[in-house]
Ligand binder design. Structure first.
Ligand SMILES: [Zn+2]
Length: 384
């Protein structure tokens, strides 16, 4: 039943998406939730599709609802164009309160006759005590099943003030380097798993179609492990930075990647910096910390953090250098992180009206957005 529900969710998503797409490009009209929901009803009563009536209707409605949110985000510039769902990707179905019952740690889903057995992964919380508002059942490409519960919870206690501020520079050699001189290395096991994944994928590419399934499953498993390890690393690292500092300053990588070369941009995106930044954003907001994102690229690596002297050039292979003006010896990345911190703090001190000058970014309406810094930073120099 759950597999069938996934299939119906996927078909509803894809057909509604195609219909919406055709309406927009053919008739030039946007589709709202009421219209999309009416289309779902028409799909369910239409002769060609009898199956959606066998599965619970709530997950299908939730799919339409999620698609509406996806389009709202797309039109607001917060997300890319919604994509079709593939049968080989992760499958999921969301149940709201009218479609499940939860009693004493047992979950009863609509149109199923027995509660699914699940392994509880929160040792500190008694599953019998939670009161879920929504339940999501999913299956990853390797065939592992998950059930996740959304619950209302109080805001966590604000973390105690530390009096510390930190600038963080993105590395390629290291994952990140802080203004305090700490180098956060890319985890070794991740590199090993990535090599393993690449091997699986090469092997898969050589196989003929038909004899492919085992290789595919193996590649999917390797991929899941890489993703899980990376997410774990990003969670630990972002949690530690937020716990230990009141103010965290980072550079906007979208800007930085445009400036730098493409292979470097790829290496940086492989490190999961976008995910890391989102984690920093929500964790900082949750714990009352201040995250400052420097909007404009500036030569953080080749400016002396001690005296402000600007080098004419600094090759990527130069790891340490001595300032010709004040004589300070610098580690390249630590110096950059110090400059990032100084730029963030300088503008933070100017108060709130730092947005007006020169920023061409669309302001997102999301609350508690990190403050963007657009003033007080040296103008872009050619290359780094
Ligand atoms: Zn200097």
């Amino acid at each position: 039943m759950l597999s069938r529900t996934f299939g119906c969710v996927r078909v509803v998503w894809n057909r509604t998406l195609a219909w919406r797409h055709a309406r927009y490009h053919g008739e030039g009209v946007k589709t709202n939730f009421t219209q999309a929901n009416a289309y779902l009803t028409a799909m369910k009563t239409g002769d060609e599709l009898a199956w959606p009536n066998e599965v619970p209707s709530v997950p299908l409605q939730q799919a339409v609802r999620h698609q509406q949110v996806a389009f709202t985000d797309f039109f607001a510039g917060r997300a890319g164009y919604p994509r079709y769902k593939s049968r080989t990707a992760r499958q999921s179905a969301e149940y709201t309160r009218s479609a499940f019952r939860y009693r004493d740690g047992r979950l009863f889903l609509a149109k199923t006759d027995a509660p699914p057995a699940f392994v509880w992964s929160w040792p500190d919380i008694d599953p019998a005590t939670i009161n879920p508002t929504t339940v999501t059942v999913s299956r990853d490409p390797c065939g592992r099943w998950y059930v996740s519960f959304a619950v209302d919870a109080d805001d966590p206690e604000r973390a105690p003030a530390t009096g510390a501020a930190v600038g963080v520079d993105v590395g390629v050699r290291d994952f990140a380097v802080t203004s305090g001189g700490e180098k956060i290395a890319n985890p070794r096991h991740l590199a090993r798993r990535e090599r393993n994944l690449a091997r699986c994928q090469r092997r898969m590419a050589r196989k003929r179609r038909g004899s492919n399934n085992r290789a595919k499953a193996k590649a999917a498993r390797a991929h899941r492990k890489v993703r899980a390890s990376r997410t774990d690393f990003l969670h630990r690292t972002s949690a530690r930075l937020v716990r230990d500092h009141d103010v965290i300053v980072i550079e906007d990588l979208a800007v930085r990647n445009m400036v730098r070369n493409r292979s470097l941009a790829k290496a940086i995106s492989d490190c999961g910096w976008g995910t890391f930044r989102r984690m920093l954003e929500y964790k900082a907001a949750r714990h009352g910390r201040h995250l400052i994102v420097i909007d404009r690229w500036y030569p953080s690596s080749k400016t002396c953090s001690a005296c402000g002297h600007l080098l004419a050039g600094l090759s990527l292979s130069t790891r340490t250098w001595q300032c010709p003006s004040c004589g300070t010896r610098h580690d390249r990345d630590v110096n950059a992180a110090k400059n990032i911190l100084a730029a963030g703090l300088a503008v933070s001190a100017c108060g709130g009206d730092v947005r007006h000058s020169g920023s061409s970014r669309v302001q997102s309406p999301v609350k508690q957005e990190p403050r963007r810094v657009t003033a007080g930073i040296p103008v872009l120099q050619s290359g780094e």
